[in-house]
Design a protein around this ligand. Structure first.
Ligand code: PEP
Ligand code: MN
Length: 362
C-alpha cells in the first residue's frame, strides 16, 4: 500500500496515519517525493485500504495499480491549460508546433523559423541536443544550437521548444527554451523527469516508443509530483511489427488519454511515420481525433537536412496543413454542431479490461 498525502498534511495527521499502519502490525516507511509525503504501508486488504483512505491528510492510496494520481481527473476535474508564449495547449483548437529536427545553422534555422511563423504555426521546434541511435551521427550543436534558437525566437516572436536529455543540462536549456522537451528515449529517465519537475517551465513529454499509456502517465506523474503541472503529453508512434512506417501512430491514445488525464495531448506524425508523404494526412487525423496540437518537422531543403530529412515537410506543405487544421477545427467546434447532435453526444465509455484479447478466438 502506497499512501500519497496531501500537500497540507499536518504533523498530527501524519502521526495518525503511521499509528493506523502500525496498528495493522507493519512498519511504515516515510519518504518525501517532490512536495509530498509518501508513506509505504503493508500489502493491504481492501478493508485496511478503506480505513486508511478515509484518514485526514490522505489524498490517495495505491494498491497494485499504477501510481498515477496527480495526472488524473480525480485530482483535477478541469482540463489543464499549458501556456507557451501566447500559445495555450488544452484550450480550443489544434495548435501547430513546427521546425527542423535539429538546429543545424543560424541561416537554416532563421529560414525555417520565418516559414513556420508565416505558415501560422505558434511554437518553433528544433533540437540542440539530439538523441541519436549511433554515436557517430550528428548529435546537435549543444549550447550554440540554443543560442541560435534564441535568435530565431527574437526574429519571429515564436516561443521555442527543445529537447533536454541530461539532468546536468536542465538549467542551461531552461535559460533558452520556453518549453522543455523530454524525448521518447528519455520517457523512462526518472532522474530527468524529477529534475524538470523542479523547474516551472512547460514540459513536452513524448511517449516512449515501447511505452504503454499507463507508463506515459506515471512518467508525467514524476513531473507533476515535483510541483510542475505544466505538462503536455505527446503521442509519437510506438514500435509494432509493421515496417511500412518508422513507428505505428497510436491515434487511439488521444481519446484514451482524454478519459484518463486532464493534461493536453499532442501528436507527432513526423517521428510516427518517418515519411513526409503521409505526415499531413496523419496530422489532419490527429486534429480530427481531438489532439490539442501537432508537432511536425519542417525543412526548407530536406535533402540537405542533417537529421530526419525524409520526414520533413516543406514550408508550402506546412502552410496548407495549418489551413486544413483550421478547417477541421472549425468543422468540429461545438458551436458548429446542430443541437440534436449535441444532445446525442455519447457518454464516456468505461475503460476496457486491461488486456483485452485483440482477436477473440471464435
Ligand atoms: C524529436 O522530436 O526531436 C525526437 C527526437 O523525437 P522522439 O523523441 O519522439 O524520437
Ligand atoms: Mn527528428
Amino acid at each position: 500500500m502506497i499512501i500519497l498525502c496531501r500537500t497540507d498534511l499536518t504533523p498530527a495527521q501524519r502521526e495518525r496515519i503511521l499509528a493506523e499502519i502500525e496498528g495493522l502490525g507493519f512498519e511504515a516507511f516515510v519518504r518525501t517525493v517532490g512536495e509530498r509525503t509518501v508513506i509505504e504501508g503493508p500489502p493491504a486488504s481492501s478493508a485496511a485500504r478503506c480505513e486508511v483512505e478515509r484518514l485526514a491528510g490522505v489524498e490517495r492510496v495505491f494498491v497494485n495499480e499504477p501510481g498515477a494520481h496527480l495526472v488524473t481527473h480525480d485530482h483535477r476535474s478541469e482540463p489543464t491549460l499549458v501556456r507557451v508564449g501566447d500559445a495555450v495547449f488544452g484550450g480550443p483548437g489544434t495548435l501547430v508546433i513546427a521546425g527542423p529536427c535539429a538546429v543545424e545553422s543560424l541561416e537554416v534555422m532563421l529560414d525555417v523559423a520565418r516559414a513556420v511563423r508565416d505558415a501560422g504555426a505558434c511554437v518553433l521546434r528544433g533540437g540542440a541536443f539530439k538523441p541519436r541511435t549511433s554515436p557517430y551521427n550528428f548529435a546537435g550543436l549543444g549550447r550554440e544550437g540554443l543560442e541560435i534558437l534564441a535568435e530565431a525566437r527574437a526574429e519571429t516572436g515564436l516561443p521555442v521548444v527543445t529537447e533536454v536529455m541530461d539532468t546536468r543540462d536542465v538549467e542551461l536549456v531552461s535559460e533558452y527554451a520556453d518549453m522543455l522537451q523530454i524525448g521518447s528515449r528519455s520517457m523512462h529517465n526518472f532522474p530527468l523527469l524529477t529534475e524538470v519537475g523542479r523547474t516551472r517551465k512547460p514540459v513536452l513529454l513524448k511517449r516512449g516508443m515501447n511505452a504503454t499509456i499507463d507508463e506515459l502517465l506515471t512518467s508525467a506523474e514524476y513531473v507533476l509530483a515535483g510541483g510542475n503541472e505544466q505538462v503536455v503529453l505527446c503521442e509519437r508512434g510506438i514500435r509494432t511489427f509493421e515496417r511500412s512506417t518508422r513507428n505505428t501512430l497510436d491515434l487511439s491514445a488521444v481519446p484514451i488519454l482524454a478519459e484518463r488525464t486532464h493534461l493536453p495531448v499532442v501528436v507527432d506524425p513526423s517521428h510516427a511515420s518517418g515519411r513526409r508523404q503521409i505526415v499531413p494526412s496523419l496530422a489532419r487525423a490527429a486534429a480530427a481525433v481531438g489532439a490539442a496540437g501537432v508537432i511536425v518537422e519542417v525543412h526548407t531543403d530536406p535533402s540537405r537536412a542533417r537529421s530526419d530529412g525524409p520526414q520533413a515537410i516543406l514550408p508550402d506543405e506546412l502552410t496548407q496543413l495549418v489551413r486544413d487544421i483550421r478547417a477541421i477545427d472549425a468543422a468540429l467546434a461545438p458551436s458548429s454542431l446542430a443541437p440534436s447532435s449535441l444532445a446525442s453526444s455519447s457518454p464516456v465509455v468505461p475503460a476496457p479490461a486491461e488486456h483485452p484479447d485483440p482477436e477473440p478466438v471464435p
